[in-house]
Design a binder for this molecule. Sequence first.
Ligand code: HEM
Length: 221
Amino acid sequence: MTTLAASASVAEPFAVRLRTQTQNAHTRAESAGFMSRLMGGTGSIDQYVALIGQYFFIYEALERVGESFRTDPVGQAFISDALLRRQALEADLSFFSGPNWRETIEPLPATVTYVERLEAVASNSALFVAHHYLRYLGDLSGGQIIRVMVQRHYGISEEGLSFLIFPEVPKPKPFKDAYRVALEDAEWSADDRDDFILEVDRAYGLNFDLFTQLGESTAAK
Ligand code: HEM
């Protein structure tokens, strides 16, 4: 007997499609020379600090633009104070570079491009959440591995790693599962969902370009 459930084509969950279709872009970003040196122990504390210095500008924009989604009927499901990273980045930069840390950083061209893109997607919940997903689910996934590796290789104490510590998300897995349910439930059209995946791919590229420029700008140090 053919049951309804068996005969109906069960749609592939969006989170699965998203992960599958962006897997190559993830691998490329994860394997960027700058990132693999940092993870492999041949990078340096200075390089980690240079990375979070660029992240300061990116999260400032991500979270500034994110504020406008607090009242957005679709976007609001994703906005959570538990994720906010800007203050954590400020604390870490102050830890490494002292009270005048803000004068020690300026955005690389790749960061400027990234920030411009974040500002450009401010009126489209699918495109904005694509960026939100990429950074925060990445921080709650690979970010936790990065935290262990930089701690191990460079002896950075937890005091300098607030960016990768989420006190209000003690268990990333259920948080990420709930996030994926929200992705599933969001009232986006099929076209919006295609655009979301393309934007995630684009955002991986923006991160990759940043790693490339960080590799170049910190190579002489
Ligand atoms: C050194 C680097 C990295 C390692 C070792 C790493 C590792 C991982 C692992 C193991 C997962 C799967 C976790 C899970 O299924 O719960 C994951 C997921 C993820 N990573 Fe990475 N990653 C790295 C770099 C990055 C970078 C640079 C980005 C973004 C720019 C990123 C974005 C993501 C995202 C968005 C996910 C969630 C995928 C999903 O389940 O939908 N990762 N990463």
